[in-house]
Ligand binder design. Structure first.
Ligand SMILES: NC(=O)c1ccc[n+]([C@@H]2O[C@H](COP(=O)([O-])OP(=O)(O)OC[C@H]3O[C@@H](n4cnc5c(N)ncnc54)[C@H](O)[C@@H]3O)[C@@H](O)[C@H]2O)c1
Ligand SMILES: [Zn+2]
Length: 340
């Protein structure tokens, strides 16, 4: 697979597809690897120092940044060194954040090990930690020098985590890649069986979609927000049902179906397209209905931080690869959320 170059303002990130044995190569004077307790076993063939954090979202907080900084200091990491983040989105976000502030910034390489981190968290330059009840409250913009994709890492990923990442791949297809959409339909069984060649293809295509939206955002503000397709609904569902009840991807898949239903109700989304997208979402085993109180979802969505003029904007689609954002009236939302 060809490398993908992403230009983000003054930064350039390169995404390379590589083998396990070359994933930790480095020309830097000193390298430290930040991993979690499940991903540190992938760090082979390197004598770099390891900083191991507990797995899970709970680690994505300032005290862990201090631990990483302490570990880097003990390893003698200086500005000519490099930090490698090896893990899911949690490790990628916190390792990149720590690298961005350590000695005012050391280069970071990300080696994502979950599908979600490969197609989303490791790409695009957003880093951060949670603070109090707020997700990603403290963070920086600091793209990785290189993102190294090793698809074979996905072999051990629990099914639910794998499918959570697949929802973001489906989202990428709907947003900007008709060919990926076709592949996801035609090769569903191979995708779900994690057939290496098809995995590599869908990962590369989904990264390219994200790359296009984040790159364009530097010239044409607002495009990056389209990557939030399904996410205003998803965040509301995750918060109303308690985080973890629905995985992020399950919530996103449901949220995309709801965004399309709202679009149909508003007369802006092509009915045939909405039905096609829903069919694919369901074919991947995602639920497109949820037993939740519509008003609680509406209330949670209104609390979402992504507001303009005090109104929550939703990402809607007219058709495949045709996206825009708009507020939605409460009565329309209530009608859509009441449908089962
Ligand atoms: N920066 C961004 O633009 C961006 C975008 C999307 C998501 N995120 C962030 O990503 C985080 C979620 O990432 P995630 O879903 O990867 O969760 P995660 O990092 O918590 O990983 C999920 C679980 O899988 C384990 N794991 C990782 N790789 C494995 C493998 N190959 N085999 C077996 N187990 C493995 C981890 O230890 C963890 O227990 C959130 O904090 C979210 O905010 C960031
Ligand atoms: Zn998401």
């Amino acid at each position: 697979m060809e490398p993908i170059t992403i230009k983000l303002g003054p930064y350039t990130s390169t995404v390379v597809f590589t083998q396990h044995e070359s994933a930790f190569e480095s020309d830097a004077a000193e390298t430290v690897i930040v991993a979690d307790e499940n991903t540190v076993r992938f760090a082979v063939g390197t004598d770099a120092a390891r900083i191991v954090i507990p797995s899970g979202e709970i680690s994505k907080a300032l005290p862990t940044v201090e631990r990483i900084v302490d570990g880097a200091l003990e390893a003698g990491l200086a500005r000519d060194g490099e930090m490698i983040g090896l893990g899911g989105g949690v490790v990628c976000d916190i390792a990149a954040f720590a690298a961005s502030v350590y000695m005012r910034g050391v280069p970071v390489v990300l080696v994502p090990t979950t599908l979600l981190a490969m197609v989303d968290a490791a790409v695009g330059g957003k880093t951060g930690v949670n603070h109090r009840e707020y997700k990603n409250m403290i963070g920086t913009f600091y793209p990785a020098r290189e993102v190294r994709i090793v698809p074979e890492f996905l072999a051990s990923l629990p099914e639910r985590e794998f499918r959570s990442g697949l929802a973001e791949v489906i989202k990428a297809a709907l947003l900007d890649d008709a060919e990926l959409f076709a592949t996801l339909r035609l090769r569903r069984d191979d995708v779900l069986a994690r057939e290496p060649a098809v995995l590599e293809y869908i990962i590369a295509r989904a990264i390219e979609v994200k790359a296009r939206f984040v790159e364009q955002d530097f010239t044409e503000t607002g495009r990056r927000a389209f990557l939030n397709l399904g996410h205003t609904f998803a965040h509301a569902l995750e918060s109303v049902t308690g985080f973890g009840t629905w995985s992020h991807g399950e919530a996103v898949a449901w949220g995309i179906a709801k965004a399309h239903e709202a679009g149909v109700a508003l007369g802006v989304t092509d009915r045939g397209y909405a039905a096609e997208a829903r069919e694919m979402i369901e074919a991947y085993g995602f639920e497109t209905s949820a037993a939740v109180d519509p008003d609680r979802i509406i209330e949670a969505a209104a609390a979402d931080k992504k507001k303009k003029d005090g109104r929550v904007r939703f990402i809607l689609q007219r058709a495949l690869c045709d996206t825009f954002s708009s507020p939605i009236e409460t009565d329309v939302l209530r009608a859509v959320l009441s449908e089962r």
